[in-house]
Design a protein around this ligand. Structure first.
Ligand SMILES: [Fe+2]
Ligand SMILES: [Fe+2]
Length: 188
């Protein structure tokens, strides 16, 4: 279910409880029901916080691969991913959603090319394996984009989760393996 729908359900619930409290007090302040409803009302923000798990991802120092230009690329990718997640989760205009997806795909390609060039310059031994992971990722993303062009918004269910998981796992696993090699070659 989309976050916007969740927020609307919580808002409707709060509205109903407030009306019920008002009606309860009309029956007298000694009536326990409105007091119970007030307690429920006070608990709703905690319940909402627990239920509404933010899906945005934030850069952490532990994601650093030790090479500034590539860290900057990864930060930019996280920003674009969050922009896409926001466009999708909050069901904004189709144009904004499409642009956000296209920007993310475009920057992913740009970053992969830069990273592969730097691995080449550094003489990194596992470059082919790394490039294959990039190729598979781009193929997967192109499938998503095709599906989106055919079916629209609803086809993107799970896409943002997939992209977040892939990106963080790739940075922390595969990308970090080139750190020592690039630093030894003085790349930054
Ligand atoms: Fe990579
Ligand atoms: Fe990377």
């Amino acid at each position: 279910m989309k976050k916007r729908s969740n927020a609307l359900i919580f808002a409707a619930l709060i509205g109903l409880i407030i009306v019920a409290i008002g009606l309860g007090f009309l029956m007298g302040v000694g009536n326990p029901i409105p007091w119970i409803l007030i307690a429920v009302l006070l608990l709703i923000p905690f319940a909402y916080k627990k239920y509404h798990k933010p899906s945005l991802i934030f850069w952490k120092e532990e994601y650093s691969v030790g090479v500034k230009s590539l860290d900057d690329d990864h930060k930019r990718l996280i920003f674009l991913l969050n922009q896409f997640k926001t466009a999708y989760d909050y069901d904004t205009s189709a144009d904004f959603e499409r642009q956000a997806l296209e920007q993310l795909v475009e920057y992913t390609r740009f970053h992969f090319t830069r990273e592969e060039d730097m691995m080449q310059q550094a003489g990194y031994s596992d470059i082919e394996n790394h490039k294959n992971q990039h190729i598979k990722m781009i193929a997967q993303v192109e499938d998503f984009v095709d599906q989106y062009r055919r079916e629209g918004h609803d086809s993107l269910n799970e896409v943002s989760e997939f992209l977040s998981d892939w990106l963080i796992r790739h940075i922390n696993g595969t990308d970090k393996q080139y750190t020592q090699c690039m630093l030894e070659k003085g790349l930054s």
